[in-house]
Design a protein around this ligand. Structure first.
Ligand SMILES: Cc1cc2nc3c(=O)[nH]c(=O)nc-3n(C[C@H](O)[C@H](O)[C@H](O)COP(=O)(O)O)c2cc1C
Length: 198
């Protein structure tokens, strides 16, 4: 589930919230899972992966990860990302373009404190996306971290990223491929609304 921290005001955010409620009401699984695509400026390649969106605080949409991971390195060099949801139970795709930056440190500290000790042990023990010789070693590192304790202190290499959307497209699948595509683009602090052909 995504925590909505403030009452949403902007039109695309309200639309997102309306669809989010609809998806929850029909028991959509992984409703918080979003594919984040980033650009690696050194290899000139594009990379996608799912993360779980945890908070929406008006225009700041937050997930958590390892700050040394490939995605984090890509975000630091190229701050534009895309975010993609698909909720199959309501046949809805949401495409977002956004700028991304690290979350406030205290916000990350508080979120880390709110998590289970098991999740935190893993976050502390894992050098995310680095190669390792075996899965047994992953488990050994995790158990070492679990036994060491001090599991509510966030390590500096783990925390939140906020993405700040400037474009939304809501695509709903309709009968006879008469699909509806609504576009919202932010211009001078105003959301310009239009439709796209299917
Ligand atoms: C549904 C789903 C949710 C995930 N949520 C997160 C997440 O919130 N944070 C995270 O770091 N990785 C998450 N992962 C793992 C990432 O997809 C990815 O494997 C990992 O972050 C390493 O990505 P990178 O090498 O591009 O940095 C999730 C994977 C799936 C399938």
């Amino acid at each position: 589930m995504i925590k909505i921290l403030k009452k949403l005001k902007d039109k695309p955010y309200l639309k997102f919230y309306k669809y989010y409620k609809e998806a929850i009401n029909v028991d959509q699984s992984h409703v918080e899972s979003v594919a984040i695509s980033s650009y690696c400026s050194s290899s000139k390649t594009v990379n996608s992966r799912f993360v779980n969106l945890k908070y929406i605080d008006s225009n700041r949409w937050t997930f958590f990860t390892n700050y040394n991971s490939p995605k984090a390195i890509e975000f630091e060099k190229h701050k534009q990302i895309s975010a993609l949801f698909y909720w199959n139970k309501i046949n809805l795709q949401i495409r977002i373009k956004a700028d991304i930056e690290k979350s406030d440190e205290m916000f990350s500290d508080n979120h880390f404190k709110s998590r289970s000790t098991e999740k935190n042990a893993l976050a502390i023990s894992s050098k995310q996306s680095e190669e390792i010789s075996s899965y047994d070693l992953v488990k050994k590192n995790y158990n070492n971290s679990l036994n060491k304790g001090n599991l509510d202190k966030r390590p500096e290499y783990w925390g939140g990223y906020d993405f700040i959307p400037y474009s939304f497209e809501f695509w709903t699948g309709e009968k006879n491929r008469l699909n509806k595509r609504e576009l919202f683009i932010l211009h001078d602090n105003l959301w310009r609304e239009s439709f796209l052909q299917p």
